[in-house]
Design a protein around this ligand. Structure first.
Ligand SMILES: Nc1ncnc2c1ncn2[C@@H]1O[C@H](COP(=O)(O)OP(=O)(O)OP(=O)(O)O)[C@@H](O)[C@H]1O
Length: 677
């Protein structure tokens, strides 16, 4: 049992200025700015910034201090030390262990700095992974005065300032073992209140809100801006004591942490501060998701259950998601789960698995009688617990489970294209939906025939491909295509046009909204109710190959090396096989190679897979298609659809535009830089 008011605590506490009990903070456009304990200093800076904002130094001082501080920590090698200290402070240690007031100051800042560090270094596959690579400048040994918890990292907010006694009991009851209860509650109940009144008084006497029209205010939208003009800027700040739960880095992951903040804002008094924080933190997404989590303990390295409970659950819980869990018990179990589930109970299906379970879920929903309602209602997403995790890498921009969990609670729901596949042995009962890829021959064998290698992770696939290419295997077939963009020039033009419309969403971390861009045509914001019409095929298999399809040169197809078509840019964490793939462009990316290509030419092509620049090589044929039929001529091979084994039969595929709701970080696939290639 924790002693809340030990003498030891009190004697140390006596030396603390009362204002230090909680961080003070300011609500800004970027997030919540933690101020130094010296309120005069913090507000001097803020005021100075507003004045200097008329000049080129308009860039927020808050943002600047954050960036610089981040690099200071990383580059000075201090990051982990402060990270550890912060964990100590907010979990099990008493303030006495945190040596001095100066250290405490640093600590409070460091805790947020480490948060920010994580916010910028999001373990995305496009971010540098090592601290040495971080693109921040030095702060020359100084700690920042102000740092920001961006809205993109805030998981929850609630008031705790009803009354002194209620506040104390509330914290103790809810978190009896946390240092928040030990240090903050136990020692500081008195100082909470007296500290607040001190702040109120000193602030009231000394400061008024800066009147510069250029100061960035909490709201940037036009209605609020006009409202702001009417607000009397000389009125005093509204102040609230609020508990913020936010995602903070710990080693390679993020974990939820709490911080009690004395928050000031310039919002008109009738605005509820917690509501504003939550609205801003969950802008454009769904709060309090109702999740059905499907855990496949047999995917990847076999640790999906552990990954889910240790890395994902805390983030989902802190975000107040409601989760029911199903463990898959046999191959294909997830299909039955999706067929039989009560779609009214959930809005999100989270697959803690590889790509096989999302495939099964999508196809289970597709086989339902009420499939239109199911696809309208449910978002399908992945926690990366398999070996390739293409969906998570492409949609959440990460193969880290905790970051993917954050993406799940923060991402936009976007209805993406899927591909409908038909083969003679099953099309009459039910075609199959594919969200990721279809492949024949070389790649399919590399994927399917290495399944027993699952335990080595994504490398199994690369080993398989290299092995098959060195053997110079050929996979003869006939190929008929309905082109969207036949050659590389057309494809680039099409991509640039479509890519622009996918840049519409505000950034997940900074929420730098460009109002002109926010709802451009084709942006992922326009939800369409799914009806049976959306499932209707333009090119049913039984109707044969339409006359306007083109046959790909038999000279190539009788010697085919790679046949790979895809709808997502990454097929594994380091393999950007379809760098031009877009979520709603209505087209499938197709990559072909000639099996006769010299090994000396294939090696650089394979080595370019991580950058995606293999598609630029002259030996690689890269196009966008609306539909195709591939007729295999060889006997000893197979198809792989979304990593699942499919029969060696003719396969016809076409795009079903914007059918399947998924969660996309920032509303788009991970950036592939194809426009700059
Ligand atoms: N209890 C189980 N026993 C055996 N197989 C199962 C079980 N549960 C699910 N499966 C099957 O495991 C297969 C692989 O699943 P999953 O996609 O999660 O892993 P993976 O193949 O390692 O990952 P990735 O697709 O990312 O490479 C699926 O076909 C699924 O039907």
């Amino acid at each position: 049992m924790v002693k809340l008011n030990s003498n030891k605590h009190r004697s140390k506490k006596q030396h603390w200025p009362k204002e230090r009990t909680y961080n003070r903070a300011l609500l800004t456009e970027e997030g919540i700015v933690i101020k130094s304990n010296n309120i005069n200093e913090a507000y001097s800076n803020l005021k100075r910034n507003s004045v200097s904002s008329l000049g080129p130094a308009q860039d927020s001082i808050l943002r600047r201090s954050f960036s610089n501080s981040t690099s200071a920590f990383h580059n000075s090698g201090e990051f982990s030390r402060f990270n550890d200290l912060e964990s100590t402070h907010t979990t099990d240690e008493t303030p006495e262990k945190i040596l001095s007031n100066a250290d405490l100051d640093t600590l409070e800042t460091a805790s947020v700095v480490s948060c920010i560090t994580c916010l910028s270094d999001t373990h995305s596959i496009t971010s540098p992974r090592t601290s040495g690579d971080l693109p921040y400048s030095f702060l020359n040994g100084k700690f920042p005065i102000n740092t920001v918890i961006p809205f993109g990292r805030i998981l929850h907010a609630k008031y705790i300032d009803r009354s002194l006694s209620r506040r104390g009991s509330d914290i103790k009851r809810k978190s009896p073992r946390s240092s928040l209860s030990k240090t903050t509650t136990g020692n500081s109940i008195q100082s909470v209140d007296s500290g607040r009144s001190t702040i109120n008084e000193s602030f009231k006497d000394a400061y008024e809100f800066p009147t510069s029209p250029d100061l960035k205010t909490f709201h940037s939208n036009t209605s609020f801006n006009s409202e702001l003009k009417d607000v009397n800027f000389n009125r005093k700040y509204a102040k609230k004591l609020i508990e913020i739960t936010f995602a903070k880095p710990r080693r390679h992951d993020i974990i939820p942490k709490r911080l009690i903040l004395d928050i000031e804002s310039i919002l008109p008094l009738e605005h509820d501060l917690v509501t504003e924080i939550l609205n801003r933190s969950y802008q454009g997404t769904r709060r309090n998701r109702k999740i059905l989590a499907i855990i496949n303990e047999f995917g990847g390295k076999g640790n999906a259950k552990k990954l889910y409970f240790s890395k994902a659950k805390p983030i989902l819980a802190a975000s107040r998601c409601k989760v029911d869990i199903v463990f898959t018990e046999y191959t294909g179990h997830a299909i039955n789960v999706a067929k039989e589930m009560d779609i009214n109970k959930y809005d999100t299906i989270v697959c803690a698995s590889g790509d096989g379970i999302p495939y099964e879920i999508i196809n289970g929903l597709y086989q339902r009688k009420d499939r239109a309602a199911a696809f309208s209602k449910l978002a399908i997403t992945q926690l990366p617990c398999g070996s390739a995790n293409a969906m998570s890498v492409s949609c959440h921009w990460t193969d880290n489970v905790s970051y993917a969990a954050l993406s799940i609670v923060k991402s936009k729901e976007v209805q993406i294209d899927v591909v409908c596949c038909s083969q003679p042995s099953y099309f009459s009962t039910s075609p199959r939906l594919s969200f990721l890829s279809q492949t024949y021959g070389l790649i399919a064998e590399s994927d399917i025939n290495t399944e027993f290698f699952r335990w080595i992770g994504a490398a199994r696939f690369e080993i398989g491909v290299a092995f098959n290419i060195l053997q110079k295997k050929k996979y003869p077939c006939e190929l008929y295509v309905k082109y969207q963009a036949r050659n590389k020039n057309d494809l680039k033009e099409f991509y640039l046009k479509k890519h622009k419309s996918h840049q519409a969403w505000p950034n997940f971390n900074s929420y730098d909204i460009d109002p002109e861009n926010e709802f451009t045509e084709g942006s992922s914001d326009d939800f369409q109710e799914i009806t049976e019409e959306n499932f209707k095929l333009k090119y049913p298999y039984q109707e044969g190959i339409p006359s306007d399809w083109e046959r790909v040169s038999p000279e190539l197809t009788k010697n085919l090396g790679i046949f790979y078509t895809g709808k997502m840019p990454y097929i594994a964490a380091d393999i950007k096989f379809f760098p031009a793939a877009l979520p709603t462009d209505g087209a499938i990316d197709m990559v072909l190679t000639d099996g006769r290509t010299a090994v000396t030419r294939m090696v650089p092509i394979l080595l370019a897979l991580d950058k995606g620049s293999h598609v630029l090589q002259p030996e690689v044929i890269h196009s966008k298609v609306l539909a195709y039929r591939i007729v295999p001529k060889g006997n000893n091979t197979l198809f792989s659809v979304d990593g699942e084994k499919f029969p060696n039969e003719p396969l016809q595929a076409e795009v079903l535009p914007r059918l399947c709701k998924v969660l996309l970080r920032n509303g788009s696939f991970v950036e592939t830089a194809f426009n700059n290639m």
